[in-house]
Design a binder for this molecule. Sequence first.
Ligand SMILES: NC(=O)c1ccc[n+]([C@@H]2O[C@H](COP(=O)([O-])OP(=O)(O)OC[C@H]3O[C@@H](n4cnc5c(N)ncnc54)[C@H](O)[C@@H]3O)[C@@H](O)[C@H]2O)c1
Length: 447
Amino acid sequence: MATKKKSGTKTFASKVAPATGKLGVMVVGLGAVATTMIAGVEAVRRGLAKPIGSLTQMGTIRLGKRTDGKAPLIKDFVPLADLNDIVFTGWDIFEDNVYEAAAHAEVLKPQILEKLKPYLETIKPMPAVFDRYYVKRLNGTHVKKGKNKRDLAEQVIADIRAFKKTVDRVVMIWAGSTEIFMEPAAVHESLAAFERGLEKSDIAIAPSQIYAYAALKEGVPFANGAPNLTVDLPVMIELAKKNSAPICGKDFKTGQTFMKTVLAPAFKARMLGVNGWFSTNILGNRDGEVLDEPQSFKTKEESKLGSLEYIFQPDIYPDLYKDIYHKIRINYYPPRGDEKEAWDNIDIFGWLGYPMQLKVNFLCRDSILAAPIALDLVLFLDLAKRTPDLKSLGIQEWLSFYLKSPQTAPGLYPEHDLFIQSMKLKNTLRHIMGQDLITHLGLEYYD
Ligand SMILES: NC(=O)c1ccc[n+]([C@@H]2O[C@H](COP(=O)([O-])OP(=O)(O)OC[C@H]3O[C@@H](n4cnc5c(N)ncnc54)[C@H](O)[C@@H]3O)[C@@H](O)[C@H]2O)c1
């Protein structure tokens, strides 16, 4: 379907289907991140606050030459769903409505929550697919019962179908707790094997995989905000392609890893060596409590460790990066709640091997950083689903920008460098809208 968008004086032709009607957003896990996103969207819709941190809402995109002076807002350039057209629903293992869950999370101030209360109270979670084996620190009471995992998947499919009747398009996002560390198994190799595994309630199939399977079966795009093994599996890639349901990597890139993927490319660009990177965190929210359990921590640790190895390419630069000691710690410390504090000590070396140090102390707010990322992922996955060039690719590598563990085609190393990721994202938007890509070559200005 062709659509035309006007920005400034230029009209862009594109094959992207317009974002007509309502976008239904199904959120798995109505905890701190999810409620901060939902309350935030409502606050923005009512003009009570600005969507700071959201590229889809505040970002611009340069088109053409620097001298052309064209930089429309991204949301005016590509046909994204309008915030007023978003309808939220979700699942949780506790019965609290979104107001109660947001109050419990203590991220947003009571003054703003009270204003939004009548709306937030209307969003009540559906019973979840949950098993304590996969998140040991939680004990859910609001859970689905079924004779096997296939039965549970069918119940989620029924939830999706019921919701689809009330909206025009649907996207699903996992903002649930981090599950235990798991590795791909035979059951994940193909759709047939996975469906047999569902029937037998195979232990290698975690609840997050049941939601993802249900979404992708229904042609619904799926984002994973946590580090658990969910769509990074052959069965999910197969389903995503088959049913034109876009997927992307996992684990919101918010605080410490966000900073790492800014600083590491800077050291590498200047050929400065690194021999140690010690990262520690204190946080006291429910996520911190779940991550205090060693098997959930291992899932997070693996996701956080990956970025440096890929950015530094020690095989290519052994003199600079072959012996990095990279250590990550997360400490559950209740007094801090959602206001996480992260410290990084980075041991670097320069000319003739002389050592130096850099210390980073990021006093951040976990869910304040994650909420706009969750929103952008939802909006961009919905865009991908409406884009002929993207919808059947399965993995949307251009969304790596938002994730600690970007997903790529098998055999391809992921790009972790935030600035490469940002360029990739913006060039993808230019590409799908039929605009010239920007290479930053710039020789034309000196003709
Ligand atoms: N906040 C950040 O900066 C950030 C960054 C990266 C990743 N994450 C990840 O995002 C996820 C959400 O973080 P949070 O701070 O909102 O945590 P949270 O503990 O506040 O919320 C998670 C919610 O998921 C629910 N839940 C758990 N298992 C479920 C299931 N099977 N089905 C439905 N609901 C389920 C819990 O009851 C809880 O309400 C975590 O996995 C976290 O590691 C957060």
